[in-house]
Design a protein around this ligand. Structure first.
Ligand code: AMP
Ligand code: MG
Length: 709
């Protein structure tokens, strides 16, 4: 059963009427009807006025045979134990009349909520649970501060109230004052229940179908979307009710109905909690500006009303879905470059192991020196790296010492050779010299037993230096991830040295993706190229699943007649086709083939590379054990002009000019393979609309940051 009319109420616990001029922190009611235009929003100065308006609205909708879902942004229930204390039952709907009997709330918003809360606190031992009141309200049973409460025995929150920004229902005063909203809201809803009787139900406590259904909402669940989609200068509360009403209207009716039934029969539930991504998508779908007829040269056609997944949402899902491999291999440090550490590495030795000299010069005990010209007799011999001085240097004497030499006993300070004069028996220099000058303390770099590198770290050349210095001869690593690469398409020829007929093209994606896999420290498994033939593609995927941890295919990933990869994955591998709001990019097909993730990349080499860098790269890193990656982004001035509409992210092939500005390839044509080679990175344009002129800061993502070497 679906809802015809969505009503969203932003409630208020105010004690006086809100200003005559529409403002925030007042009551706003948003209404969106199926088959109607954009949602409307009305402003109400008092609870009385709002409830009369709701009453009239409900009657009219019932008369028109329309089913209403009305959401309110205050708790419909309290933490477990509260209802029982008042009514001897856990039923929240039994609590509603009990609260209504205690609350007085006048037509001008004047009310007794603090006194009522103080009296409610009386029902519990200790002090609380309600708290918060103006300094003028003086009743010892209602503490002004939450921390003053004790021993009342009730939980602070309901189980559904972990959401960021959610305020506890005991708090009656200042920020949020959710407590006041509930105390003044529930009695008003009870009045609606009394008035509408069997034609009104409250979910999730009641599950039967009625013309009017009430639910609890929390507009902050989609706060970011609301602020993104609000009209310029629009009052936040107005935007919230309007956009939330649009959002719920845009949801698939069965999904919305299921959401209203979720939750706890005692503590209730916030509609949509845990489904924020679904709500966000619905909001964006509902509110994205209508696009004019599609331009012919725009390959990224976006049927209106179709659900396009924002890049970040796709990445979040991908990240949550994948797990790292666990197979380990112990390797000598010198051969472990590119590998991911399976465990953290502990220094077996300090660096430096002993105090040593940082320069070539003369060493001595600082205690025997002072200001003015110092002349110290030299001991015979010297201390050099690898040639320690076997004796102690007497105080008041100096020794010739070279960089890296262990400080002999009796030496704690070194003077730089260039700052001295010597005749071979005495060394002279200007004092005072700082104690410990030009020396390195034992372990000042790394101390024995300290963590040198964490698990999940991918070893690079400098890391091999560090590990070796710390006496680590072998490391436990994860075996390299194995990535299989398959190209599909009847038109492809695998060998660029072979002759090609006019209708044939050389397979560009496979060598590119195999090399990317190697760049990423993975073992590349070549599955060749397959014609557009499901049986043959299936055979290759079987081969890939046997040999690899991840399969990258290119081509045939859309939903057309010749798109055999997506058709096959849909048939046999529970395909998740994500239409990602991305240019250049067509759908990214994701599926598990015999338990092995398959990324169905677009055939177009430009889109294939972009999708591989944006989606496969972090996924590969995560599966390799090195953790999720976000592209390295540098903000640089643009050296180009570009205007972009909202609704999808765009990546332009770009490179840095000698001045460090980002220039883009002369054509955005997605068939321009030469542009990939010309570029040294991508310019990322955000999902929102942008207008770029020379000098505008843009995000440049260097190829190097994607691990392209
Ligand atoms: P598809 O995604 O299969 O519809 O292919 C889209 C476009 O990319 C078509 O023009 C294909 O010919 C081209 N294409 C597909 N695979 C490759 C490949 N491996 N190398 C070069 N071009 C390709
Ligand atoms: Mg094809």
């Amino acid at each position: 059963m679906s809802f015809d009319t969505i009503v969203v109420v932003d409630w208020s616990g105010a004690a006086t009427p809100s200003p005559a001029r529409p403002s925030a922190d007042a009551i706003w009611i948003g209404v969106a009807r199926h088959g109607d235009g954009p949602a409307s929003a009305s402003y109400h100065r008092t609870r009385d006025d709002a409830c009369q308006s709701l009453h009239g609205l409900f009657e009219a909708e019932i008369a028109a045979g329309r089913r209403v879902l009305a959401g309110f942004d205050f708790p419909f229930a309290y933490p477990v134990g509260f209802a029982r204390a008042l009514t001897n039952s856990d039923d929240p709907l039994g609590l509603w009349p009990a609260l209504a009997a205690r609350i007085e709330d006048g037509p001008d918003n004047a009310n007794n909520r603090f006194a009522a809360a103080a009296a409610l606190n009386d029902l519990f031992p200790g002090l609380g649970p309600f708290w918060g009141c103006p300094s003028t309200f003086d009743d010892p049973r209602l503490p002004p501060k939450g921390t003053a409460r004790h021993g009342h025995g009730l939980p602070e929150r309901r189980s559904c109230e972990g959401a960021p920004g959610a305020q506890p229902c005991w708090k009656l005063y200042t920020t949020g004052s959710v407590g006041s909203q509930a105390l003044l809201g529930i009695p008003r809803l009870q009045a609606l229940r009394d008035a509408f009787g069997g034609t009104l139900s409250v979910r999730p406590f009641q599950t039967h179908e009625t013309p009017i259904t009430l639910v609890e909402l929390f507009p902050s669940l989609i706060a970011k979307t609301v602020s993104d989609m609000a009209e310029t200068g629009e009052i936040k509360d107005r935007a919230q009710v309007r956009i939330l009403a649009e959002t719920l209207r845009a949801l698939d009716p069965a999904t919305l109905d299921a959401m209203t039934r979720e939750g706890d029969a005692v503590e209730g539930h916030i509609l949509g909690l845990g489904h924020e991504a679904v709500l966000d998508q619905a909001a964006r779908r509902a509110l994205s500006p209508l696009t004019p007829p599609r331009l012919k040269d725009d390959c990224f056609t976006m049927p209106q009303g179709v659900d396009w997944v924002p890049v970040d949402a796709a990445l979040d899902k991908l990240r949550a879905a994948l797990a790292p491999i666990t197979d380990r291999e112990t390797l000598p440090t010198a051969r472990a470059g590119g590998r991911v550490l399976a465990t953290s590495v502990t220094a077996r030795r300090s660096n430096p192991p002993r105090p040593n000299s940082a320069v070539d010069g003369y060493g001595f005990a600082h205690a025997a020196t002072g200001p003015g010209v110092q002349r110290l007799p030299l001991v015979a011999g010297r201390a050099a790296a690898g040639q320690p001085y076997a004796h102690a240097v007497p105080e008041g004497h100096a020794i010739r010492i070279l960089t890296g030499a262990i400080l002999p006993d009796g030496v704690d300070t070194v003077v730089l050779e260039e700052d001295t004069a010597t005749d071979g028996t005495t060394v002279a220099f200007d004092g005072p010299v700082k104690p410990f000058a030009n020396t390195r303390k034992a372990g000042e770099d790394v101390t024995e037993g300290a963590e040198a590198l964490p698990a999940g770290h991918r070893l690079r050349a400098p890391d091999l230096a560090l590990l070796s210095a710390l006496g680590i001869g072998a490391v436990e690593t994860l075996r390299p991830l194995r990535i299989a690469v398959l190209s599909t398409g009847d038109e492809l020829i695998g060998d660029p040295a072979a002759p090609a007929r006019p209708h044939q093209i050389y397979d560009a994606n496979r060598p590119m993706l195999l090399e990317l896999a190697r760049n990423w420290g993975c073992a590349a498994v070549d599955l060749g190229h397959a014609p557009d033939d499901r049986a043959e593609i299936a055979r290759r995927l079987d081969d890939g699943a046997a040999k690899a941890d991840l399969i990258l295919t290119s081509g045939g990933a859309s939903a057309g007649d010749e798109d055999h990869v997506s058709a096959l994955l849909r048939q046999r591998a529970n395909l998740q086709a994500w239409r990602i709001a991305l240019k250049p990019g067509r759908p990214l097909a994701l599926a598990l083939w015999q338990g092995v993730p398959v990324f169905g990349l677009p055939g177009n080499p430009v889109a294939a590379l972009v999708c591989a860098l944006i989606f496969a790269r972090p996924a590969v890193s995560l599966m390799s054990g090195a953790g999720w990656t976000t592209p390295l982004a540098m903000t640089v001035p643009a050296a180009f002009t570009k205007r972009k509409k909202p609704g999808r992210r765009e990546y332009l092939r770009a490179r840095l000019t000698p001045e460090g500005h980002a220039e883009v390839f002369k054509s955005e044509g997605s068939g321009r393979i030469s542009s990939l080679s010309w570029a040294t990175g991508l310019v990322e344009l955000p999902d929102e609309a942008v207008e770029i002129a020379p000098g505008t800061p843009v995000g440049f993502l260097p190829y190097a940051g994607f691990g392209i070497t």
